[in-house]
Every structure is written in C-alpha cells, then in structure tokens.
Ligand binder design. Structure first.
Ligand SMILES: Cc1cc2nc3c(=O)[nH]c(=O)nc-3n(C[C@H](O)[C@H](O)[C@H](O)COP(=O)(O)OP(=O)(O)OC[C@H]3O[C@@H](n4cnc5c(N)ncnc54)[C@H](O)[C@@H]3O)c2cc1C
Length: 476
C-alpha cells in the first residue's frame, strides 16, 4: 500500500512542542506533487532510495491539475515557421517542430497518458505540445508513483523545517491530524514557490530586477460543447482575426464598446484538448500580485473569477462556435506563474538561454523560448533560441546557497526573472525534478550532502533512467 502508513502508537515519538509527531523517516522527502515533484519522486525511487512525496492537495499534478494548466508545452527545438493568420490550428504555438530535448520520466508520463486515452502525443498536428485531460493526469500520476514504489501523503501542507546547523533534516506539515514531522536524509523542495528553501533561510529573489514585479496570475478554465466547424467558418471569413491559438480582436473591441468585456489581455488565448468539443481557456490576467502572499492570492481569486464570468458570457454571445458552450471546470486555484527564485550555486540567465549555452554539469535541457506575460498589463514578450538549438540547465541551479541537505526543483530553481520564464514550463520542470531526485538518492545512499555528489554520477544515473542529456563528450 503506497499511502504513507499512520505511525503505530508505540513507534510514535512526541517531538518538542510546536513540532508535532514524528510520522516517518526516509531517505528522500519530496515536498510538492506537481511536475517537478513527480519527476523528483520517480527519479529518486529509480535511483534506489526510499521516497516519501507529500502534497497539500488531495491529488497530484500541481499546476497541471489544480490550475488546469495545459497543454504540456513543446520540449522540441524550434524550426522557423511564420505565424499564419487565419489558421485554426488550436495547438499551433510555434514553439517546437525540431528534435525533442527531454525524455526520461516525461516520456514515461506521456506514454501512460496516451495509453489511458488522456493525451495526444506530440507531433506536427499538436504543434509538438501534449494536450491532456487533467482528470486522467490525476489518475495516471498516482499509478506512476505506485509503480515506482513511492510512498505519499496527501492533504499535508509544509509549514516549517527542522535543521541541524545548516542542514535541513526534516519538514513540519500541518494536517487534519495535527502537525507532523517527516525526517529525511535529503529533502527536495518541489513546492514551486521554494517554501522549504525559504523556511530553511536560503536566499531568494522575486520578480524583475528593477521593480520586483512577477508575471501575472491566470485562472484557467475548460469550456465544453464548443462547435469547431462554426468557429472555423468564422476564422475563414475573417482570416486576420485569428492566429493559431489567439486572436478575436474585433469581437473584443465590439464587446468592450458595449461595456460587456473588460479584458486584461489584448486578445483571447485558448487551446484544443484531447476532447473535440472542448477548449482550455488561458485569458484571465491579474497583475501586481504575488503567489506567496495570502492577501494577494485572495484578491487574485476574487478578480480572476469575475473575469472568467465575463469571458464565458462573451464567448457565448459574440464568438461563433460557442453559442451553447459552457464552463465545465475552472482551476482549484488561480494559476501562479512566478514567485521565489531560490539563489543557487549558479544563476541561469537570459543570455545563457538565448545563446544556447552548454554546461559541464548539465542535468536537463530545454529549448522553450523566453515567454514573459507582461507583469504590468497587456502583451506577452516571446524570444526564441536559434533554430535547432537547446540550452543546458546546470546542477548548480538546484543547490540553494547557505543551506545543505536540500535541493530545489521546478520553477523555483536559481535563475533570473527572464530565464525563469523559459524553464518554468511543465516538461522542463519535470526533467529538473528527475535530476534532483537522482542527486538526492545518491547523496542519501552515500550519506553525503547533495552538494558533494559528483555530477558525473548524477548524469550516469539520469542516462540510465532514459533522460535526454546532450552528448556529454561534446565541448561545453
Ligand atoms: C496560467 C498558467 C499557464 C501556463 N501554461 C503552461 C502551458 O501551457 N504549458 C506548460 O508546460 N506550462 C505552463 N505553465 C507553467 C507551469 O504550469 C509551471 O511552471 C509548472 O507547473 C511548474 O511545476 P512545479 O512542479 O515547479 O510547480 P507546481 O506545478 O506549482 O507544483 C507545486 C506543487 O507543490 C504543492 N505545494 C506548494 N506548496 C506546498 C506546501 N507548502 N506544502 C505541500 N505542498 C505544496 C502544490 O499544491 C503543487 O502540487 C503555465 C503556468 C500558469 C500559471
């Protein structure tokens, strides 16, 4: 039974007040069950460690399921193709079409999703993204952890750490059963927000260099009963009004003039899903809010849910193909793009990405562009890597400064605001997670600190687990 077992009464240890009950001890503790956490847990278990994954919600997937963020963005190098006006290809995002630069646990997940009828594999037809069904994602990721032998605990929110000197040796969780502690040889922070690193006192940055503003939040939602043929008819008649996955400028202007729509973006953006009569809408926008501030989060939920109501009404009233469509589901929470970026032994930069830089301590690769939704208002800044190129993510970005026994993975690793906008996407977060898990397993086995694990050992195990690292013999 993979669910973490309740500690037997005789084995339960009362820790000092405010810490709680020692619930378990393990080699590797992964906090957060999003893309990075799933990668970390399977990477660590694959490396032979005893692993516990703890998640605050009652299901896995992080943004993929809680925030209905989809599709999995392309993890392929880019080949130029001009954005075509009037194309109704609801998956053509123009980010991929070359060679895949990620494999490993990402490929394993996609294979399972496709087999379960919950995803379309990446191809020219999908713009090399992977549209998936979030409910199938929840089920399949439980299987992924079960098969890897990972124990998990749900409904547990990490609220603090135990430290021995500079080393994190346990995490405190708030639960319905009261506070509990899980001790571990190595902890992997996959909270997206770098919660564990910040509790441990690791330094971090937030937002843009000059004003600390982060990318906006977006409440995603799914609309069912979409009639594709009618929408295609509109786009054919108005080819200047739609480009791949976004547009409808004139209809937006009409609705705004009628006082029926106050859109915080310049256009509407939505994607196809594996279901013909459904689209996934990415069009609400709340700026100047931070996802580690409970007041900002409350404000963003309030604002984005009102925006969603307006957008749904706009679709039904103005957009051909949406007359009978309705919102079937919105995210459990507003989607948070950017919060803490934990400072590590190296900080990845925009220049590293745009010059497709290679590092000797590569542990994952990405070819996704710089993609910044304007932190202040309308507009999205996109800048691609050179065609056919990818960049390396070095192991040093996963090692927080001033703290030991801890790795960070996913969107909270060490990088600038601009670099973060590229490596934050789900396939990359998952590949980074896998590397963190592998490093944690090796450190736990050798009773050493993650920082002391030779990178060659991590790379060797990652390759054994099927990860796609560039040919390591190549000059860095
Ligand atoms: C609106 C929006 C649209 C996006 N579009 C795309 C897209 O189309 N394709 C794409 O690939 N990427 C997209 N992204 C980016 C992507 O979703 C994230 O960057 C990615 O999910 C990061 O993965 P992660 O595992 O680091 O963090 P998350 O997905 O945020 O997962 C973190 C997990 O940790 C849990 N957690 C957090 N704090 C605690 C705690 N204290 N205790 C216990 N558990 C905790 C959370 O519940 C969650 O399950 C989008 C993001 C947003 C917000």
């Amino acid at each position: 039974m993979p669910v973490l077992r309740r500690p037997a009464h005789e084995r339960a240890v009362e820790l000092p007040p405010r810490q709680g009950l020692l619930a378990a001890e393990t080699d590797v503790l992964v906090v957060g069950g999003g893309p990075a956490g799933l990668g970390a847990a399977t990477g660590a278990a694959g490396g032979g460690a005893d692993v516990i994954l703890v998640e605050r919600y009652g299901f896995l997937g992080g943004n993929a399921t809680a925030a209905l963020v989809m599709p999995l963005m392309s993890f392929h190098t880019q080949r130029p193709r001009p954005e075509k006006e009037g194309s109704v290809d609801l998956l053509r995002t123009d980010h991929g079409r070359g060679e895949p630069v990620i494999a490993g646990v990402v490929s394993a997940l996609i294979e399972r999703l496709v087999k379960a009828g919950g995803a379309i594999p990446p191809s020219m037809k999908t713009g090399y993204t992977v549209p998936f069904d979030p409910e199938v994602f929840k089920a399949v990721t439980l299987d992924l952890l079960d098969d890897a032998g990972v124990h998990f605990l749900l409904h547990a929110f990490a609220s603090g750490v135990l430290k021995e000197g500079s080393r994190v040796d346990g995490v405190i969780f708030e639960t319905k059963s009261g506070p509990i502690v899980i001790r571990a040889r190595v902890v992997v922070d996959c909270t997206g927000d770098g919660d564990i690193a910040s509790y441990a006192g690791a330094p971090f940055e937030v937002g843009r260099h000059d004003d600390r503003l982060v990318q906006p939040m977006t409440l995603m939602f799914r609309m069912a009963e979409f009639e594709r043929a009618a929408f295609e008819g509109y786009v054919k008649a108005h080819p200047d009004q739609w480009r791949g996955v976004h547009g409808l400028w004139d209809l937006i202007k009409q609705a705004a003039a009628a006082g029926e729509l106050e859109l915080p973006r310049e256009d509407l953006l939505f994607f196809a899903t594996p279901h013909d009569r459904e689209v996934s809408v990415n069009s609400t926008r709340v700026t100047r809010v931070l996802g580690t501030d409970v007041w900002d989060l409350s404000h963003a939920e309030w604002q984005s849910r009102r925006q969603m109501r307006q957008i749904v009404a706009f679709f039904r009233r103005y957009v051909p193909g949406f007359k009978d469509a309705y919102c079937v589901q919105s995210g459990v929470n507003v989607g948070v793009r950017e919060t803490r970026r934990v400072l590590g032994d190296y900080q990845l930069t925009a220049d590293d990405i745009l010059t497709a830089r290679k590092f000797p301590d590569v542990i994952a690769r990405s070819a996704y562009p710089i993609d910044i939704h304007n932190p202040e208002g309308t507009g999205t800044y996109l800048k691609h890597l050179p065609p056919g190129e990818s960049y390396d993510i070095p192991m040093r970005c996963l090692l927080p400064r001033e703290v030991d026994g801890l790795l960070v993975a996913g969107r909270c690793i060490s990088g600038t605001h601009e670099a973060h906008s590229s490596y934050r996407v789900m396939p990359v977060s998952m590949a980074i997670g896998q590397a963190a898990g592998v490093c944690a397993a090796i450190a736990a086995e050798g009773d050493t600190l993650p920082r002391r694990v030779p990178v060659e050992a991590i790379q060797k195990e990652l390759l054994r687990q099927g990860a796609n690292l560039r040919e390591l013999g190549q000059p860095a």
